[in-house]
Design a protein around this ligand. Structure first.
Ligand SMILES: Cc1cc2nc3c(=O)[nH]c(=O)nc-3n(C[C@H](O)[C@H](O)[C@H](O)COP(=O)(O)OP(=O)(O)OC[C@H]3O[C@@H](n4cnc5c(N)ncnc54)[C@H](O)[C@@H]3O)c2cc1C
Length: 442
């Protein structure tokens, strides 16, 4: 069994199905390590783990499968409202932290950090699994267990390069006390699988929170960004922020030589087609469906124009809703309930990417005879125009992800390419509006 599990894991890694959640590394007692995190960031099997380990590693792997319906039934009562796009939800809100320092330091409304800090203060948890920037290597992300509000705040904001939270499963298991856990959908899928088999590594986890998830980028995005500014050595980075300052924030890099490089987030998004982690295009979960509470940006002109940061917040479980209601009652958080359709409309672009695009891409892989992840359900029957649009998107990713295209992108000043990208994105959104919204939400 052991050898089979490891062969299967090799196949997941070799076929672009690995989302780098980190579980195999965390569970392997040193038999599996991440290769170069500034390169492909793939797990490498340095020696065969024993049978028991190999089997639990394989069981925890979300790259091969994650049965959405099975785990929804397991973790959410049957009467929990559900939509195939949003997942289970009790209530959906637009909100923000009423503590200005938290809201300002955070990615959008500071909702996730606020919740963690409140849970710590109320002693409902003893620690929170969060992801900040590494102190030793400030160009890389590092997950850790925060035990104070300041530590939680130090890890706020979204990190748009690859992270592997479950790498620290041994720390989570060894921790004395209750934990809240924050992760991306793939990472949480693995935690849910481990909870389902009562694995000791996750027994301290009492609350699961997570951001919405469009995509992540390879580390090459940082190197390329720096090269565009004439900086050749990422090891000279002193501080790296993905969303510095007031919403939506700037990508900001502070160098050892005191140089500060900053570009508005929307312009820095030009890096996406050049450096996207291809596996994120197979993920079918935008709003982090297996959490107690998930949070995304509130993408609507009415909030975007006001700046400051507004989040969409989905309370999925009873305990998630209780937390939000308590925070609201204590005046720590502003929350205004919205309806399901409004929530879907606000993220129609993202739902199209994940709930249509991903299933089309999975279908294309099947047609090419490539292994695909099994999510226990499939969405199909989209208009032909949507399939054609997907071919255009994939061709663009293929061309722009190539070395020559990346090289050329570095010749253009980021302020210019960023503006061009933002204009192209707006035109693309307008021109594909009907294709993407056709039957969306039905
Ligand atoms: C890779 C990525 C892609 C995203 N894509 C979208 C999108 O397409 N649409 C959308 O509406 N929102 C997206 N978000 C979510 C959005 O950026 C905010 O994180 C969300 O609105 C929560 O904001 P907040 O102010 O409540 O979070 P904060 O209070 O800033 O807290 C964020 C929490 O998330 C954790 N975290 C941050 N980055 C990571 C990471 N990479 N891996 C694991 N944990 C992490 C931090 O440790 C922190 O605890 C994305 C986030 C990430 C990290």
């Amino acid at each position: 069994m052991s050898a089979k599990s490891i062969d299967q894991l090799r196949s997941v890694i070799g076929h672009n199905l690995c989302n780098r959640c980190g579980s195999c590394v965390g569970l392997s007692a040193g038999s599996i390590v991440f290769g170069d995190k500034t390169a492909s960031y793939l797990p490498e099997i340095v020696r065969e783990p024993d049978t028991l380990l190999a089997d639990s590693i394989w069981e925890a792997c979300p790259g091969k499968n994650f049965d959405f319906q099975l785990y929804r039934r397991k973790y959410y009562p049957q009467d929990t409202p559900f939509h195939v796009y949003t997942g289970p939800y009790k209530k959906i809100f637009i909100g923000y932290s009423r503590q200005e320092d938290i809201r300002r330091a955070a990615a959008s409304g500071g909702v996730l950090s606020s919740i963690l800090i409140w849970l710590l203060e109320k002693k409902l948890i003893d620690g929170a699994v969060v992801t900040g920037m590494s102190e030793a290597e400030p160009w890389l992300c590092k997950s850790f267990i925060a035990t104070t509000p300041d530590q939680v705040l130090s890890a706020s904001q979204s990190k748009y390069i690859i992270t592997s939270v479950n790498e620290i499963l041994p720390d989570i298991e060894a921790f004395k006390g209750k934990l809240a856990y924050v992760g991306l959908p793939g990472q949480i899928q693995s935690i849910r699988k481990l909870q389902a088999i009562n694995h000791p590594s996750v027994q301290n986890i009492k609350y699961i929170l997570g951001p919405f998830y469009g995509n992540t980028l390879h580390f090459s995005s940082i190197e390329s960004f720096l090269r565009s500014y004439g900086e050749k050595n990422y090891r000279k980075i002193k501080k790296l922020y993905f969303r510095y300052g007031e919403w939506p924030g700037n990508m900001r890099i502070e160098m050892e030589n005191e140089r500060v490089i900053e570009l508005p987030k929307f312009h820095a998004n030009y890096l996406i087609p050049f450096h996207i982690l291809k596996n994120s295009l197979l993920c079918t979960d935008l709003s982090n469906e297996f959490t107690d509470i998930s949070g995304g940006d509130a993408w609507a002109p009415v909030y975007e124009e006001r700046g400051k940061g507004f989040s969409m917040v989905i309370a999925r479980s009873a305990q998630g809703l209780e937390i939000l209601e308590a925070l609201q009652k204590e005046g720590r958080m502003q929350l205004d309930e919205i309806g399901l359709q409004e929530a879907i409309d606000m993220h129609s672009h993202g739902y199209d990417l994940k709930k249509r695009g991903s299933f089309i891409r999975i279908r294309f892989r099947e047609l090419l005879g490539l292994p695909v992840p099994d999510f226990g359900y499939k969405l199909k029957g989209f208009p032909l125009s949507r399939y054609l649009m997907e071919i255009v998107i994939l061709s663009l990713f293929l061309i722009l992800g190539s070395r020559p295209a990346r090289f050329i992108s570095e010749m253009v000043p980021p302020s210019l390419i960023g503006k061009l990208f933002e204009n192209a994105r707006i035109s693309w959104k307008k021109s594909t509006h009907n294709i993407k919204r056709n039957n969306l939400g039905e």
